[in-house]
Design a protein around this ligand. Structure first.
Ligand code: PMP
Length: 390
C-alpha cells in the first residue's frame, strides 16, 4: 500500500496502487471512446462477479444507500408492503428507507449478533404476502452473515421480489445471482471490491426490470433505473455525468478481482477471517457475532473488561492500523475490524501484531508472538494459494 496506514475498518478498505493509478488517470469526456469502453467493461465485470448471464447492471454515482434506494423504489410502490429481515443497523435502515417512500413494512429482527432463524421467515410468509423481501447479506454493524440460501429456499416460487444488500459482501463472499434467483442485488465498491467509495451498484433481474417497466412513473428521478437504462446499454449516451475516474478505478478493481479468480478470492477471505479470529481469540478476545453466522468480511470483537475502546484503538492507530468502533447496543464495548478486499497474509499479520503490542502497552501482557502463532497455519494457506495463483 502507498500509505503506511492500514485502514482495517469495514469499508472503505485499502485501495491497491493499481486502482489508485487508474483513479489518477486524466479525467476524460464521459463520451470519450476510451471511457465508453471502460464503462462497458466495468458493467460486464460487475455482472460476472455476481455470476449472472442475464441481469441488468447499473453503475451510478452515489453510494450504498443510493443503491438501497434504487433497489427498492423501482420495484415497490408507495402503499405496498415489504418484509425486512434485519440483523442490525443496515437492516433497520431498509425499514427507515421504506417509510420515507410511504412503503409499509414488517421487520423480522434478530438479537444483535445472531441471525433470524429461517423458520421465523417461513411463519411470516405463511401469514401473508409482500411486494418484496429485503435481506442484508452481511450487516456491517453486527458482523452477521445472513443464511441467505435458507431464506431463498422459502422464497422460491413466490411472488415476493428478493432484494439482497451485498454492500459488505460482494467481492468477498459468493453471490451467485442467477442460481440464487435474486431479483435485485445492490452493492457499493468500497468494501470487498476494494475500490474507492463513490458509486451505487445494482443488478436487476428480468422480473425486477419488468416490475419497473410495468409502472409509468416512480417517486424518484435520479434513482429511476428506467432513466439510466439507455446509458447502461450504451455508455456514450447521457443522463447525468458519470464520475469518470471512479468508474475507471472500479474497472481496475474488478480486473484485480477476476485476475485472482472468484474461488480463490472467496477462499482467501475465508482464510484471512479465520486467521484474524484465531489470533484475536488467542489474545483473549471474544468474537461478538455468534459462531453460526460470522461473516468472512469483518469481525466484531468484544473488548476485555477494563480496556477502554478509545484508548485501545488509539494505541492500535499509533502502530499504523485503523480499526472501527462498534455501533448501537455494543458501542464502546466492542470494535470492528474489516478484513476484506485485497488484504494479504502479511497485512493480516501486521494487524494482529499491532493489536497484540497495544494490549501490552495497556498493561495486558500476552507473550510475544501469541496472536501470530495462532493465525500462522491459516496465513500460510493464504500465502500458498497466492503463490499458486502467480
Ligand atoms: N448496507 C450495508 C450492509 C453497509 O455496510 C453500508 C455502509 N456501511 C450501506 C448499506 C450503505 O452504504 P454507503 O455508506 O455507501 O451509503
Amino acid at each position: 500500500m502507498i500509505d503506511e496506514t492500514l485502514t482495517m475498518i469495514p469499508g472503505p478498505t485499502p485501495v491497491h496502487p493499481r486502482i489508485l493509478a487508474a483513479l489518477a488517470r486524466p479525467t476524460v469526456s464521459h463520451v470519450a471512446p476510451s471511457f465508453v469502453k471502460d464503462f462497458r467493461e466495468a458493467l460486464d465485470a460487475f455482472r460476472r462477479l455476481c455470476k449472472s448471464e442475464t441481469a441488468q447492471p447499473f453503475i451510478v454515482s452515489g453510494g450504498g444507500t443510493l443503491a438501497m434506494e434504487m433497489a427498492l423504489v423501482n420495484v415497490v410502490a408507495p402503499g405496498e408492503k415489504i418484509l425486512v429481515i434485519s440483523h442490525g443497523y443496515f437492516g433497520d435502515r431498509y425499514a427507515d428507507l421504506a417509510s420515507s417512500f410511504g412503503i409499509s413494512c414488517d421487520v423480522l429482527k434478530s438479537e444483535w449478533g445472531r441471525a433470524v432463524p429461517p423458520a421465523e421467515l417461513g411463519r411470516k410468509l405463511a401469514e401473508g404476502r409482500y411486494a418484496a423481501v429485503t435481506i442484508t447479506h452481511v450487516d456491517t454493524s453486527t458482523g452477521t452473515a445472513a443464511p441467505v440460501e435458507d431464506y431463498l429456499r422459502l422464497l422460491k416460487g413466490r411472488d415476493e421480489l428478493v432484494i439482497l444488500d451485498g454492500v459488505c459482501a460482494t467481492g468477498g463472499i459468493d453471490e451467485p445471482f442467477d442460481r440464487w434467483e435474486i431479483d435485485v442485488l445492490l452493492t457499493a465498491p468500497q468494501k470487498a471490491m476494494a475500490a474507492p467509495p463513490g458509486l451505487a451498484l445494482c443488478l436487476f433481474s428480468k422480473r425486477a426490470m419488468a416490475r419497473r417497466l410495468s409502472r409509468s412513473s416512480i417517486p424518484a428521478y435520479y434513482a429511476d433505473v428506467n432513466r439510466w437504462l439507455p446509458v447502461m446499454d450504451d455508455p456514450s449516451r447521457y443522463y447525468s455525468t458519470p464520475c469518470v475516474n471512479e468508474i475507471v478505478a472500479l474497472g481496475e478493481a474488478l480486473r484485480i478481482v477476476h485476475e485472482e479468480g472468484l474461488p480463490a478470492r472467496f477462499a482467501r477471505h475465508h482464510r484471512i477471517a479465520t486467521a484474524i479470529r484465531a489470533g484475536l481469540q488467542a489474545l483473549g478476545f471474544e468474537i461478538f457475532t455468534h459462531a453460526a453466522c460470522r461473516a468472512d468480511t469483518l469481525s466484531v470483537v468484544l473488548l476485555p473488561k477494563g480496556v477502554a475502546d478509545a484508548a485501545f484503538r488509539k494505541e492500535v492507530a499509533s502502530r499504523g492500523v485503523v480499526l472501527a468502533g462498534a455501533l448501537g447496543p455494543i458501542a464502546g464495548k466492542a470494535f470492528r475490524v474489516g478484513h476484506m478486499g485485497n488484504i494479504s497474509a502479511g497485512e493480516a499479520a501486521a494487524v494482529l501484531e499491532a493489536i497484540e503490542e497495544s494490549l501490552r502497552a495497556l498493561g495486558l501482557a500476552p507473550a510475544p508472538g501469541t496472536a501470530i502463532s495462532a493465525a500462522a497455519p491459516y496465513l500460510a494457506e493464504v500465502e500458498l494459494q497466492q503463490a499458486l495463483n502467480k
